[in-house]
Design a protein around this ligand. Structure first.
Ligand code: FES
Length: 157
């Protein structure tokens, strides 16, 4: 996890505005890149982006809080998102969820103190026929079982 200082953020936003342009339509791609690079979008980053795109900071905040893949808080190095939608629910999501909580010693919605893991629920990720399914950052894991989860988490510790 990188905690950027203000100059680094100003330079990064500058680079992204050059890359995507300073129109309102650039807001989402800029936010996605800042999220990817720094792991979250700080208040300062939101203000700087609003300033550069000439829009109100509240509008930027509204977009960041609307999309679950964007965050105003630092998250773990590994963001684990378990699908909680119906097909995965029926395929055994609950046992997988309990195993994740136990193995990580976290509840859903929490980040570990060492900022290694964040555990969250998400909605359908399009793997309904191979549930239970989860994402770890951008990698998809399917047909999860408690023992498979233990193996995956062990490999990340
Ligand atoms: S219901 Fe879980 S991936 Fe679609």
């Amino acid at each position: 996890m990188i905690y950027p200082d203000k100059n680094v953020l100003v330079n990064e936003v500058d680079t992204l505005v050059k890359k995507y342009g300073s129109g309102r339509e650039s807001l989402l791609p800029i936010l996605q890149d800042v999220q990817r690079k720094f792991g979250f979008i700080s208040d300062f980053a939101m203000q700087e982006i609003a300033h550069r795109l000439d829009i109100h900071p509240v509008e930027v905040y509204g977009v960041v809080t609307f999309y679950s893949f964007l965050s105003t808080e630092p998250k773990g190095k590994y963001v684990i998102r378990l699908c909680k939608t119906i097909s995965c629910e029926l395929a055994g999501k609950e046992a997988v969820a309990k195993t994740l909580e136990r193995e990580l010693n976290l509840k859903f919605g929490e980040t570990s103190k060492d900022r290694k893991f964040t555990l969250e629920y998400c909605h359908c990720i399009g793997m309904c026929d191979q549930g239970p399914a989860m994402l770890i950052n951008e990698q998809v894991f399917t047909k999860l079982t408690p023992s498979k989860v233990i193996e995956i988490i062990d490999s990340l510790k």
